[in-house]
Design a protein around this ligand. Structure first.
Ligand SMILES: [Zn+2]
Length: 360
C-alpha cells in the first residue's frame, strides 16, 4: 500500500483534483511562490522555502513561464484529500501545487510551467526536472512506443511508466539541450495525441517522432538519480577540490534542519546539496563520512550528465566513505548528504589529489 501511494505520487497533472478548493493560509511568500498550509512550519528545514522559490524562478526562466506567483499547498497526511484524489502524494492543477511534502519539485514543475504539454511529455519533463528521489519502478521493462501509443488526448500515463518518460526527456535534453526542450514544451498541449507530438518534435527539432524514437533506442539505461536535471542544484555551495600540488581538502559540514542549506524533510530524511568542483581530470583519495555516528546516505553524481556519461567508478551510494579512489573529470559533481529526520549529521569531507591523467 505504501508503495502504491509512492508510485502514484506524481501520477496526476491532474485530472482528478477537486475543483476550486478553499486554500489554507499563506505562511510564507517569496518572489515566485506563496507557501500555504494549515500546519506550523517548525518542522520544515531552514533552506526549504527559499530553495522552492529559487527553483520555481529557475524553471520559469528555462520554460519561459509567465511571471506569476504560484500557490504551493503543503497538506501532509489525509489533508491532501481536500485537493487531490487519494491515494496520491501530490497533484497540480490550474497552476497550483499540492503535496504531502514541503518540498516537491515534481508538482512544482507542473504548476510553474502550466499549462501542461502532451501528457506523456509533461510527466517526463516533471520527472526529469522534478525531485531527486529514487523513483519506484525502473526504465527497463517498459516500452516507449507502446506508452506513447496509449497516452494522449485523455489518457494519463501509468505510474510505472514515469521513469521511462523521464528517461526519454533525459535523452532529448542530451541531444537537443534544455532550450530545445523548452521549445518542444511550448509547442505542445495537454490534449495532443501522437500526431501532434510528431508535429511538435518536427517544429522544435526538425525530426519526426519515428526518427527520434529510433535514435532513442540506442540511449543507455540509467536510473533517475543519474538523469535527473541538476542544473539548478549544481553550482550552489561549491567546494573546490585541490589541484596538483595543492594541500588536501579537509572540510566539515553540519546537516541539520536548522542549518540554512538543509532541505526537507521528505520521505524520512533531510539533506544538503553541495557541489564539488574538480580543477582537472585525475584521481583523488576521497573520504566523506559523518563524525558523530548518525546514519547517513551519501550520493555523488556528475553534474549535467546524460545516461551515456555515467562513469563506472562513481562511488556507490552509502553511509560512510573512507579512502575511496575515484577518478574525477574536470567540472562539477553534486554531493548529496542526507540524514534521518530529526537528527543532525556532522560530516567530514576530505580529498587529496593523487595524480592527473585521463579517467578512460
Ligand atoms: Zn506529474
Amino acid at each position: 500500500m505504501k508503495r502504491l501511494l509512492f508510485m502514484s505520487a506524481a501520477a496526476t497533472i491532474c485530472g482528478a483534483c477537486m475543483t476550486e478548493p478553499e486554500l489554507p493560509p499563506v505562511q510564507w511568500e517569496g518572489q515566485r511562490i506563496r507557501f500555504r498550509s494549515d500546519e506550523a512550519l517548525d518542522s520544515v528545514c531552514a533552506g526549504t522555502l527559499s530553495h522552492l522559490d529559487d527553483r520555481a524562478a529557475h524553471m520559469a526562466e528555462i520554460f519561459g513561464a509567465p511571471r506569476r506567483v504560484v500557490d504551493y499547498v503543503w497538506a501532509p497526511g489525509a489533508a491532501l484529500g481536500e485537493y487531490c484524489e487519494l491515494p496520491t502524494l501530490g497533484c497540480a492543477v490550474d497552476g497550483r501545487s499540492y503535496s504531502v511534502f514541503a518540498l516537491d519539485e515534481h508538482e512544482l514543475f507542473h504548476a510553474v510551467t502550466s499549462p501542461p504539454a502532451h501528457r506523456g511529455l509533461e510527466e517526463g519533463l516533471a520527472v526529469a526536472f522534478g525531485d531527486d528521489r529514487e523513483l519506484p519502478g525502473t526504465v527497463e521493462g517498459t516500452d516507449l512506443p507502446a506508452i506513447l501509443a496509449e497516452v494522449g488526448r485523455t489518457v494519463q500515463p501509468a505510474a510505472q511508466d514515469y521513469p521511462r518518460l523521464g528517461h526519454f526527456v533525459s535523452y532529448l535534453r542530451s541531444n537537443y539541450g534544455v532550450g530545445g526542450l523548452a521549445e518542444l514544451a511550448a509547442n505542445s498541449e495537454v490534449a495532443d495525441g501522437r500526431e501532434q507530438l510528431d508535429a511538435s518534435l518536427q517544429l522544435a527539432f526538425g525530426d519526426h517522432l519515428e526518427t527520434v524514437l529510433d535514435d532513442y533506442g540506442a540511449y543507455p539505461v540509467c536510473d533517475s538519480t543519474h538523469f535527473h536535471y541538476d542544473g539548478f542544484d549544481c553550482g550552489r555551495n561549491i567546494i573546490p577540490l585541490p589541484a596538483d600540488g595543492a594541500p588536501k581538502l579537509d572540510s566539515t559540514l553540519r546537516v541539520a534542519c536548522d542549518e540554512p542549506e538543509t532541505l526537507g524533510p521528505r520521505s524520512g530524511e533531510q539533506w544538503t546539496l553541495v557541489t564539488l568542483s574538480v580543477p582537472a581530470e585525475g584521481r583523488y583519495l576521497l573520504s566523506v563520512y559523518p563524525t558523530n555516528g548518525v546514519s547517513a546516505n551519501i550520493r555523488l553524481r556528475r553534474c549535467d550528465a546524460s545516461c551515456a556519461e555515467v562513469d563506472d567508478w562513481l562511488p556507490p551510494d552509502g553511509g560512510f566513505w573512507m579512502g575511496l579512489n575515484p577518478c574525477l573529470r574536470q567540472g562539477l559533481y553534486s554531493l548529496r548528504l542526507a540524514v534521518p529526520v530529526g537528527t543532525a549529521g556532522e560530516f567530514r569531507i576530505e580529498a587529496t589529489r593523487l595524480d592527473g591523467g585521463s579517467c578512460d
